[in-house]
Design a protein around this ligand. Structure first.
Ligand SMILES: *Cc1c(COP(=O)(O)O)cnc(C)c1O
Length: 446
């Protein structure tokens, strides 16, 4: 049996309609080289979504490979329950150095969803210990995505993914969207009176006695369609939370580690959250690892005599895995030594210029970019902003057809996505925008 057939026989793929999957020819990746993926037939494709938003320095990076190999010679795994390990300690110290000042305590887990679960449970338990027992609710944004576990889905705002699970979820308080292109108040971007912020503040104010925390993706909502928030949203919501005694959980699982052009997106508006959730790029895209980083104030509420049971009773088996931590440390070294963020400062405006070719196309509603996070919203009609029916799978077709031009990408509903590794060169950035554009023309015409 071919690998292709075995895949179809044995593997159930995530976020995938398996009926379609089984009928179509699939690519099977065998290796990676720099920013490229190579399939079992030897074809080479640019990794246009950084292997689902995780890859930073390219594949098979010598430095990351050797950090991993060196660590395997020492130990692959040991637990953080009742023991510690050298790499988890060193990484925690390093993370505290680079995150906004005041975030001082690192709690490890192994993926973005669990980083959020940890923050939610900590925020909840914090108020129980502080005797504000009625603060049990969470606020979240329309179009938000925080992962696929039940707690993360409860604060998720994407109907298509989340509505079926409603009966399983806890109640949460929804704030409006900050999706200017489709403003829910039908206002015009830049000349509006920011009804979305006003309304959010009202909802927070009204429910302040019940809300433990606001959970949000700062600056860019990724899975919701690469929605770039208007300037000031983060700052204003953060200030409002502070004033009302609501904790702020920032989900930088996608935006963290340079993806928007700064190490963390919250730096754009100088916001310091009570919890910072990190995953995806933390190991440069090598291994599953996540961190929920919080303050002394939160941490201290969990201190007490053993029989007060103030312990945070939560932990994942592979928490603080030494292999993952060793690679994460090397990832951060590469950021410094190779001046990744400085180099991005030059590459981002070039990427922006390349993307301009999309703007005049009859089916492009909006091009959104923050750093290396790009969403191109496809519409059937530019004037009415009507979208193609999902069943036509237009963006899926455009994305799959782009393979012909050597580009792998994966859309989000009616939004085409480019999220290349930070190691992409200027030539590669222009190559991928052209490849995607050619594919768009193939499917929808000039
Ligand atoms: C991917 C993502 C998550 C979930 O991370 P997993 O590792 O897939 O569990 C959470 N939040 C954001 C913003 C993400 O992009």
């Amino acid at each position: 049996m071919s690998l292709q057939d075995k895949d179809k026989k044995y593997v159930w793929h995530p976020f995938t309609q398996m009926k379609d999957w089984i009928q179509e020819e699939q690519l099977i990746i065998e290796k990676g080289e720099g920013n490229y993926l190579i399939d079992t037939e030897g074809n080479k494709y640019f990794d246009g979504v950084s292997s689902l938003w995780v890859n930073v320095h390219g594949h098979c990076n010598k430095r990351l490979n050797s950090a991993l190999i060196e660590q395997t010679k020492k130990i692959a795994h040991s637990t953080l329950l009742g023991l510690s390990n050298t790499k988890a300690i060193k990484l925690a110290e390093k993370l505290v150095e680079i995150v906004p000042r005041g975030l001082t305590k690192v709690f490890y887990s192994d993926n973005g969803s669990t980083a959020i679960e940890v923050a939610i449970k900590m925020a909840f338990q914090y108020f129980q210990h502080r005797n504000k027992k009625e603060k049990t609710k969470f606020a979240y944004l329309t179009h938000s995505y925080h992962g696929d576990t039940i707690g993360a889905v409860s604060v998720g705002g994407i109907e298509l993914f989340h509505s079926i699970f409603k009966p399983l979820l806890f109640d949460a308080i929804k704030l409006p969207s900050f999706y200017c292109y489709r403003c829910e108040f039908h206002l015009e971007k830049n000349v509006c009176d920011r009804e979305c912020i006003k309304k959010s503040k009202e909802i927070l104010e009204k429910n302040k006695d019940f809300i433990a925390a606001l959970v949000m993706e700062p600056i860019v909502q990724g899975a919701g369609g690469m929605i770039v928030h208007p300037e000031g949203v983060l700052k204003e919501l953060a200030e409002c939370c502070k004033k009302l005694g609501i904790l702020l959980i920032l989900d930088e699982v996608a935006t963290g580690f340079g993806r928007t052009g700064k190490m963390f997106a919250c730096e754009y508006e100088k916001v310091k959250p009570d919890f910072l959730c990190l995953a995806k790029g933390i190991t440069g895209g090598y291994l599953p690892l996540a961190a929920t980083i919080t303050t002394d104030e939160i941490f201290s509420a969990f201190l007490g005599d053993y029989d007060e049971f103030k312990t945070f009773f939560h932990g994942h088996t592979y928490t603080g895995n030494p292999l993952a931590c060793a690679v994460a440390l090397e990832n951060l070294k590469l950021f410094e030594e190779e001046k990744i963020l400085e180099k991005m400062e030059e590459k981002i405006p070039l990427f922006n210029r390349c993307l301009k070719i999309f703007e005049d196309h009859k089916n492009v509603g909006e091009v959104r970019q923050k750093g290396f996070m790009v969403g191109i919203e496809i519409v059937k009609d530019k004037n009415t902003k009507e979208i193609f029916p999902l069943k036509e799978k237009i963006c899926i077709k455009i994305s799959q057809n782009a393979r012909k031009y050597g580009l792998i990408t994966r859309p989000l509903g009616n939004v085409l996505v480019l999220m290349p590794p930070l190691s992409s060169s200027k030539d590669e950035l222009s190559f991928i925008t052209e490849a995607l554009y050619k594919s768009l023309i193939d499917i929808l015409g000039e």
